[in-house]
Write a protein that binds this ligand. Sequence first.
Ligand SMILES: [Zn+2]
Length: 77
Amino acid sequence: MDGDNSSMITVNEAKTTGDIIHPKHVVAVICRSCGYDLDEAEVNADTCSSCGETLELRQNTTIYATTLPAASGSTLV
Ligand SMILES: [Zn+2]
């Protein structure tokens, strides 16, 4: 944990529970209008400090796919 980091970004490291693999994923709180990455103070504001619109929060989850073994054969799309 980094106590100096006031960002609203939550990093969840990859882990395995039984047979289920949870890939690493990052959850960020962003502005609905412009996608600006808000920090802790900005989340409580009335307007977005980036685009100036009335602030509506949105959670943005980014999943980092784990590195898979190279698959042989054809690739199905
Ligand atoms: Zn914005």
